[in-house]
Design a protein around this ligand. Structure first.
Ligand code: COA
Length: 336
């Protein structure tokens, strides 16, 4: 059975920055609160009128270039919770703009765990022989969904895209990805949600009912989310490491969804990862949802932290609730 092997990677951060000082200038918050509660200092945000696909096209192009360009892809998967539109899906548009013509393309929605769900989908397509080269992009523009006046959420999110080109290969070669461990708990769906915009809010009440303007914004019960996030990421991580036949001490880098520095610290402590074995870019990018893991991988490879042969443990958690973990060894590739 073939395994998914990383052949290229890339990321894209929009140039516009929002610093803690920008936020404290207009909201009842402080640099000290934001840094101590979240670990964040700066976020990259899209300009009005730009969208998730604009980020995804750039990251996708960089991953294709990193893989040597010419090979293209025979499937494109976009993990996102902020598609450009409710209809059509965003992946076909990205695919066309990348010049991949009529390549099959679809979106995967699993909030901040979306990249791992996409990785599992891609691994399955490769294992069954249905595909040989898959471009998997994680991209989100959560700043389009948070209430700009809600200090509880606006400080947390940035916009980004990250991508990997996966090819069919062998389980024991550098770049090979272990089949992800995944989980969900829909009984806790209300902890993280955008109440309006889906079929539930459209179909409830008479057509004349005025929508609640606030319901279009992202809401989160931070405390409860925090508790579940630590438990689920730790559990799934242990299972993924065991599935790979590794011990936690065999892993060079913990690459966890950059939701909040205190969550990252709690998960790392629970799993026994010292600060020297934790990848992090949360201070510069904030929580970028489905883009978080591939962006962190690509940035860490680009700055030389992540090297060929390093063993990496990925884990993420988000709305759904949804979570997961996966292992991989980093390949010998150039990431610009
Ligand atoms: N600046 C100052 N005070 C703020 C604030 C801000 N930006 N945001 C919230 N507060 C206040 C709250 O209003 C509350 O005040 P009160 O006690 O007077 O009501 C107080 O800080 C504590 O709020 P709480 O939400 O309990 O804070 P917290 O310590 O739990 O930290 C989060 C909030 C969001 C940073 C934290 O809960 C978290 O990161 N949760 C998980 C997020 C996550 O994992 N997401 C993953 C899926 S996307």
């Amino acid at each position: 059975m073939k395994s998914a092997v990383i052949a290229g990677a890339g990321s894209y951060l929009p140039p516009k920055l929002v610093t803690n000082a920008d936020l404290t200038a207009r909201l009842d918050t402080s640099d000290e609160w934001i840094r101590t509660r979240t670990g964040m200092s700066v976020r990259h945000v899209i300009e009005p009128g730009d969208a998730t696909s604009d980020l995804a096209v750039e990251a996708g192009r960089r991953a294709l270039d990193s893989a040597g360009g010419g090979g293209g892809a025979d499937v494109v998967i976009l993990a996102t919770t902020t598609p450009d539109h409710q209809v059509p899906p965003t992946a076909p548009d990205i695919t066309a703009r990348l010049g991949l013509r009529t390549t099959p393309a679809f979106d995967v929605s699993a909030a901040c765990a979306g990249f791992l769900y996409g990785l599992a989908t891609a691994s399955g397509l490769i294992a069954t022989g249905a595909a040989e080269r898959i471009l998997l992009i994680g991209a989100d523009a959560f700043t389009t969904m948070v209430d700009p006046d809600d200090r509880g959420t606006v400080v947390l999110f940035g916009d980004a895209a990250g991508a990997v080109l996966l090819r069919a290969g062998e389980a024991d070669e550098p770049g090979a990805v272990g089949m992800p461990v995944l989980g969900s708990d829909g009984s806790l769906a209300g902890l993280i949600q955008v109440p309006a915009g889906g079929s539930r809010s459209r179909s409830s009440g008479p057509p004349s009912k005025e929508p609640d303007p606030g319901a279009v914004y992202f809401t989160m019960n931070g405390r409860e989310t925090f508790r579940h996030a630590v438990g689920r990421m730790s559990e799934s991580s242990r299972e993924a490491v065991a599935r790979a036949g590794w011990e936690p001490t065999d892993v060079d880098w913990l690459c966890a969804h950059q939701a909040n520095l205190r969550i990252l610290t709690a998960v790392a402590d629970e799993l026994g990862f010292e600060p020297e074995r934790r990848l992090s870019n949360i201070a510069e990018v904030g929580n970028t949802a489905a883009a978080s893991l591939p962006t962190l991988l690509a940035m860490s490879a680009s700055d030389g932290t992540l090297k060929a042969g390093h063993r990496v443990l990925l884990t993420a958690f988000g709305g759904g609730l949804s979570w997961g973990a996966a292992t991989l060894t980093w390949p010998d590739i150039v990431v610009g």
